[in-house]
Every structure is written in structure tokens, then in C-alpha cells.
Write a protein that binds this ligand. Structure first.
Ligand code: ADP
Ligand code: MG
Length: 728
């Protein structure tokens, strides 16, 4: 009789693609389930529509009357789409999204009811949210956090529910989510960038940060996924020997997409498009069964909502296709992990991408200003970027010779490097002559030509300039992009403010505007040089070179989380109006706790799997071998029989050795876990989990993976990598 595992595998071999059918063009579906501006125009009285646009685009508060109008229109529209319920959709610090559904339906007398939804319900809701992490801000007995409408991100219908994007705050007004600080960071950079734009173009009144994410993921057949408790509970394979054929051949990348996968992608893309998520790109990734999906970039807050929605849709649609999607950063040891590149730029209401070189020296000076200030911000706050991407999952990926290193550096390409070096050298300290200025302008004017050759994209850099945007590549695939985007926008805003001050001071001293800007850029270029690195970020030499430069290389999450505790960090976030010290402290606490929980679950599960799956399977095989040895000895006599059973006896011994060592490490780990659990202080506990508990994972796994190679295939209980990664 075949094992459970092999039965599951049989299911997989019998699967067929599940093709959805839909009529019409994709463009007709786009935004069909979104209450976007066009819909609002249709459903709202014109003065309410105007107020709503002001609220969406400029954060102007809606008064009560208008809010009621919007709520009523939203309800009518949603009901026309088949909705019966509404929910405030929010982003608690657990990393996923949350919702609590309420019906529009309201009884008003015996046998009578109406569909009700008014401004109050739209604007604010009190989910019973006592179980969401709050880092001590909100005591559980108080249990009063509330969600508040974010009018800048449009409402949408999923299934039969109207979803209203909201922020999540404590009763005392502190943020308990990702969205609120992101919105604050975006407001801050808007203001700072608009101020700096005034040096170049007085018409600029608004600057939006833009985000284009690229989502990597693995697809695994549901039957195999369900047969692996580790995938089920932790999202990654805690055990498993690398397959004989891995990604060595590089044949998966940009290979043709398997039919079943294609059918899946098609359906989740259709669902995404209906929600206004402009997904356009799909392709295979480096590892077998790994894929990527990317949309056209959007305003940062909206883009982030869309990424969270997409992750949700991907998971739901996957089940329909008998797949499970893995968003974990490193589901399979020995094959590449998954990331989520965050492409980031700044764009003005006059239609200019501030990180794209322009057509003349003037617009190029503006480009250079934003370009150099961004580099300076990364230079000054590299550690914050590192902290922003820290997670138990991402620890397996960063610095693992496949993903950006844990050392933060900036890649800009050799031509732009050359230009910055030139500017640093050639801008004279004293008063500039007209000739100096002309020469510099000529140089700066050449930027677009330079960028045409800027094709040597360095894939090993965590923060790379790619022609008209920066690409933050170290973000983990399961992360909420907001964590990274809060930091990037805050530190660049801060730097732009400093820059503006310096220029104003220079102007007061009588320097000309261009001269002041050039001289200030020179100072910044010079002061931020050490963060620029053009070489191979995976190389051993870079580790040494980075150390010499004084760049930090923070290898694990607890140490990265500690960065939030820096005094200057609290001041920075407070000054920029993004997070109060209390909010920052609470988030830090939550991050420590989330790390502890993740490692704790992995550790417990490892112990269980060793005990309940591997040891029994190995012992069963040993018994089979023993029977065979005994039989041989019976038939051929003890000596002759033993001689014939040489291989079996060796196997028996090897298996015993691995069982013993595996069990021994597992027991030591258990002891360490017990010790760690006694620690009260979250930071110390996280460090104990990292240094004393997690440290045993490799040893336990080593022996388990050896056993996988020794034990008869039929008897091995967990689906193997080759089955999970190469079946379609
Ligand atoms: P890759 O990194 O895979 O080579 P591309 O360079 O083509 O891919 O672009 C990757 C992503 O960058 C896309 O999702 C795109 O939407 C995004 N992107 C392009 N321009 C901008 C911008 N100005 N701001 C933010 N994201 C952008
Ligand atoms: Mg990319």
C-alpha cells in the first residue's frame, strides 16, 4: 500500500489546469469593482463629489453631511455590485490584513428591514480588536482600538463585501498599523519635496511618492502542501534535502509557464484587475516553481494597499486551482528565496518624475538634487533601512548569496558614479566664474546620454538606481511594503528639509541659486561617498571592504530591531511627525514578540516532526532491515549471513547514528527553549531565541535530511523537494 505521501503525489500527477472563462477584454474589467473617482462622479451630487476629491487628493476633511452622502452612494454602488456586507479593511502589525464584516441590513420593525450605511459607519468603526498586537499601548481590558476611513484609497467590493480601507488606531490616538505612519510619511515627503521643487519650478504644488513592487512567490500543489505540517504552520520547509536537480541549469527562469500555473495566474490577474490593481507582468523566477508578478507603479499608499490585496487574492485563487502559494522569504533551503523589490520614485503634479533626468541642464540639476539627497539619506540612515526589512523569514535570505546582503549600500552605475566624482572634484570652493558654471552645466546636461548606457544593472545591490527610480531589493516577499516605504520616505524627507535649509542659508549669504545648489550637492556627494558601491555585493571582499568603510552588517532580526531603540531614531520619527516615541516603542516590542513567536513555533514543530514523523519512519525501515539481516543469518548461518548483510548492517548503524544525534540536538533545543520562555523582557527573549534556540535548527535538520536519503522512499513521510518543486 502506498504511503500517504505517495497518494498525495498521485493526486498531483492527475491534475488538470482549471481554466476560467470570461467574456470581453481585460481593459473592460479594470477597476470594475472599485468605487473610483469616475463612479463617484456618477453617484454623488456635484458639490459632494468636489469635497470628496479634495479629501482624496489633498486630505481636506469631509463634513458630516458630505460623509453621509458618500456613505449612501457607496452603499448603493456596492449593492448594485451584489454586496450585502461592509467591512473596514485594515493593516494590523501582524503583517497581513484584517476585516470585520457587518451587514447593511437593519431590522426596523416586525418583518421589516432596510439597508443602512451612513457617514458614522463609514468614518469610524470599533472592531473588537483586543487580540491584535499593540505593544502594550492598549491594554486588553481596555480593548478599544478603532478603525478610521482613509479616503485617499478607494473602497472596493470583494465577493459580497464592500471593503473600506482604514487606518487602525488605539483609543488614545496612537497608530497600531502600517497605514497611518505611511500616510504621515507620505505627507512629510510631499511637503519637503514641494519645498525643494520651488528652487526649480514654482508651479509644483504636490509631490507623490510612487511605488512599483515586484512580488515573488512559490506555488506548491495543495495535496503536497497539506502533507507537510511545516509548510502548513510556518510557510517554509523546516526539513528537506535539496533535489538532485535544483536551479543549476537555470532553465526555469523565463522558461515557458506551465499550463496549470498559467491558468492560475490568469484568474488571479483577472481578479486583481477588477480591483484596479494594474498587474501587467508575469514570469518564472530563478528557482523551480517560483514566479513573479508586477504591476505598473502607483502612488505609494494605493500601491501598498494593492500589494496587500494581491497577496490575499493570490492565496484565495490558489486554493481553487489546488495550489498553495508560499510568500515566505525562504521556503526551500538550497533554492533561491523570494523578495519583493520596491521600486520607488517621486513624481510631481506637473507630471515630472524627480528621479528621471530631464532634457536640459536645469531639469537635470533638479534630478541631481533629488538623486544626491536620496543617496545622502541612505548614507545617514542605512541602519534604519536594515531594520525596516528585518524579519525571521528574511534572515534566511539576506546575505545568503542569492539576495542582497544585509549590508546596505547604493548602486548607481559607473557613469553616474563618474559624474558624481567629477562634480565633487570640479566644484570650486570659492566664487564660481561664469566659465566654471558653463562647464558644469555642460556636464550635467549630458546626463540623459549617460543613462542610455546605464545598462550594467547590478542585481547584487540592495538599493540600486535603475535609470528613473531607486529599487530597494532587500524587502522580503511576505512583508508589508509600508515598513520599507515609511523609512525611505521619512529619511529622504528629512534630508530634503536639511538641504532646503542649507540652500536658504547660502542664498542669504549672497550665493547665486545654481551655485548654491551645486556647492551643496558637492558637500553631500562627498559626505555620502562610502555608501556607494558598484561591485559584487555577494563577494567575500565586500564584507571586508564594507567593514573598513564602517558600514554595518547586521545579520539577524533581533539585532536589527534594536536599531529602532536608538535615541536619534525616536527623535527623527517624532520630528518628522511619522511616529511618536511611544508608537515607535510599541512597534519595537511587537517586532520582538513576533520574532519570538515565529522561532518558537518553528522550534516546537521541529521537535514534533523529529519525534512523530522521522524517528518512527527511520525505525520502521530499520526493522525491515533487521528482519532481512536475521533472515539471511537464519538461512546462511550467522557468519555467512552477516557477511551477506554487510550493506544492511552499515545502513542500520548509520541510521542509528543520525537518529541519536538528531534526537540529542532536538532535546538540547527543547531545554534552551524552556530557558528562553522564562525570560520576561521581550528583547532578551528574542535574543535568547536567536542565539540559543534557533542555533540548533541546522544540526537537527542536517541529520533529518541525511535520514531522508537513507530511508526507503516509500516509508518517508513528508513530500520531498523534488516532488514539490517539479510537479505541475
Ligand atoms: P526589473 O526590475 O524586473 O528589471 P523594471 O525595471 O522594468 O523591472 O521595472 C520594475 C518595476 O518598476 C515595475 O513594477 C514598474 O512599475 C516600476 N517602476 C517604473 N517606474 C517607476 C517609478 N517612477 N516609480 C516607482 N516604480 C516604478
Ligand atoms: Mg526589480
Amino acid at each position: 500500500m502506498a504511503s500517504k505521501r505517495l497518494n498525495a503525489y498521485q493526486d498531483v500527477l492527475n491534475r488538470e489546469p482549471i481554466n476560467i472563462s470570461f467574456e470581453g477584454r481585460l481593459s473592460d474589467l479594470y477597476g470594475a469593482n472599485v468605487f473610483h473617482a469616475e463612479m463617484m462622479r456618477e453617484y454623488l451630487p456635484s458639490d459632494t463629489y468636489k469635497s470628496m476629491m479634495a479629501s482624496m487628493n489633498h486630505g481636506v476633511r469631509l463634513d458630516r453631511k458630505n460623509a453621509d452622502q458618500v456613505a449612501s452612494a457607496m452603499k448603493d454602488w456596492a449593492i448594485s455590485k451584489g454586496a450585502t456586507h461592509y467591512t473596514h479593511w485594515f493593516q494590523p502589525l501582524t503583517g497581513s490584513t484584517a476585516e470585520k464584516h457587518d451587514a447593511f441590513f437593519k431590522p426596523i420593525g416586525p418583518g421589516k428591514a432596510i439597508e443602512r450605511f451612513d457617514g458614522d459607519l463609514l468614518i469610524q468603526q470599533e472592531p473588537d480588536a483586543s487580540s491584535f498586537p499593540n505593544g502594550g499601548i492598549r491594554n486588553t481590558f481596555e480593548a478599544r482600538g478603532y478603525t478610521a476611513w482613509d479616503p485617499s484609497s478607494p473602497a472596493f467590493v470583494i465577493g459580497k463585501t464592500l471593503c473600506i480601507p482604514t487606518i487602525f488606531i488605539s483609543y488614545t490616538g496612537e497608530s497600531l498599523d502600517f497605514k497611518m505612519p505611511l500616510i504621515r510619511a507620505l505627507a512629510t515627503i510631499d511637503q519637503a519635496a514641494v519645498d525643494v521643487c520651488q528652487f526649480f519650478d514654482k508651479n509644483v504644488a504636490k509631490v507623490n511618492a510612487t511605488l512599483g513592487w515586484e512580488q515573488e512567490y512559490f506555488l506548491i500543489d495543495q495535496a503536497l502542501f497539506n502533507a507537510r505540517p511545516d509548510l502548513l504552520l510556518t510557510g517554509r520547509a523546516l526539513f528537506g534535502h535539496a533535489p538532485a536537480k535544483g536551479q543549476q541549469l537555470d532553465d526555469h527562469y523565463f522558461g515557458s509557464i506551465p499550463e496549470r500555473v498559467n491558468a492560475y495566474m490568469r484568474e488571479f490577474e483577472v481578479e486583481s484587475l477588477k480591483l484596479g490593481i494594474p498587474v501587467t507582468t508575469r514570469h518564472n523566477e530563478v528557482a523551480p516553481n517560483q514566479f513573479e508578478c508586477a504591476p505598473i507603479f502607483e502612488e505609494c499608499n494605493l500601491a501598498n494597499d494593492h500589494n496587500l490585496l494581491l497577496m490575499d487574492i493570490m492565496e484565495k485563487v490558489a486554493r481553487k486551482h489546488n495550489f498553495r502559494v508560499l510568500l515566505h522569504e525562504k521556503p526551500f533551503k538550497g533554492v533561491n528565496g523570494s523578495g519583493k523589490h520596491n521600486n520607488w520614485s517621486l513624481s510631481t503634479d506637473t507630471g515630472v518624475n524627480l528621479l528621471a533626468p530631464g532634457k536640459n541642464p536645469k531639469s537635470n540639476l533638479q534630478f541631481l538634487t533629488f538623486f544626491v539627497n536620496t543617496i545622502k539619506a541612505i548614507h545617514d540612515h542605512a541602519d534604519l533601512l536594515r531594520a525596516a526589512i528585518a524579519s525571521a523569514g528574511n534572515d534566511h535570505r539576506l546575505g545568503a548569496n542569492e539576495a542582497p546582503p544585509a549590508i546596505i549600500s547604493v548602486f548607481i552605475g559607473s557613469q553616474l558614479s563618474g559624474l558624481l566624482d567629477d562634480l565633487e572634484k570640479n566644484i570650486k570652493a570659492g566664487k564660481m566664474t561664469p566659465q566654471d558654471k558653463t562647464e558644469l552645466k555642460l556636464n550635467i546636461g549630458k546626463i540623459p546620454q549617460i543613462l542610455l548606457d546605464n545598462t550594467d544593472r547590478n542585481r547584487t545591490s540592495p538599493f540600486a538606481f535603475t535609470g528613473n527610480k531607486f529599487e530597494f531589493r532587500a524587502v522580503g516577499s511576505s512583508a508589508n511594503c509600508a515598513s520599507a516605504m515609511i523609512v525611505v520616505n521619512t529619511i529622504v524627507a528629512n534630508q530634503l528639509k536639511i538641504f532646503k535649509k542649507s540652500i536658504d542659508a547660502r542664498l542669504l549669504k549672497g550665493e547665486g541659486k545654481d551655485e548654491a545648489i551645486l556647492k551643496e550637492l558637492q558637500v553631500l556627494i562627498s559626505a555620502s561617498k562610502k555608501i556607494r558601491f558598484e561591485g559584487n555585493g555577494y563577494g567575500e571582499e565586500w564584507m571586508k571592504e564594507a567593514e573598513k568603510r564602517g558600514l554595518t552588517n547586521i545579520k539577524d532580526t533581533p539585532r536589527a530591531i534594536k536599531i529602532w531603540q536608538g535615541k536619534n531614531v525616536a527623535k527623527l520619527f517624532d520630528d518628522m511627525g511619522v511616529l511618536t516615541p511611544r508608537e515607535l516603542e510599541a512597534r519595537t516590542e511587537i517586532e520582538f514578540e513576533s520574532y519570538i513567536l515565529k522561532i518558537q513555533i518553528e522550534s516546537r514543530l521541529m521537535g514534533d516532526i523529529v519525534q512523530n514523523y522521522f524517528i518512527p519512519a527511520a525505525v520502521e525501515y530499520q526493522n525491515k532491515l533487521l528482519k532481512n539481516v536475521q533472515g539471511l543469518m537464519q538461512v546462511f548461518g550467522e557468519k555467512e549471513g552477516k557477511g551477506q548483510a554487510k550493506a544492511q548492517l552499515e545502513l542500520l548503524t548509520k541510521i542509528s547514528e543520525h537518529i541519536n544525534l538528531m534526537k540529542q540536538s532536538s532535546d538540547v533545543m527543547l531545554g534552551e527553549r524552556k530557558k528562553a520562555n522564562k525570560i520576561e523582557h521581550a528583547e532578551d527573549k528574542a535574543i535568547a531565541y536567536c542565539d540559543n534556540v534557533k542555533i540548533h535548527f541546522d544540526e537537527i535538520r542536517y541529520h533529518a535530511d541525511k535520514l531522508e536519503l537513507l530511508v526507503e522512499d516509500e516509508l518517508w513521510p513528508l513530500p520531498k523537494f523534488r516532488e514539490m518543486l517539479f510537479t505541475r
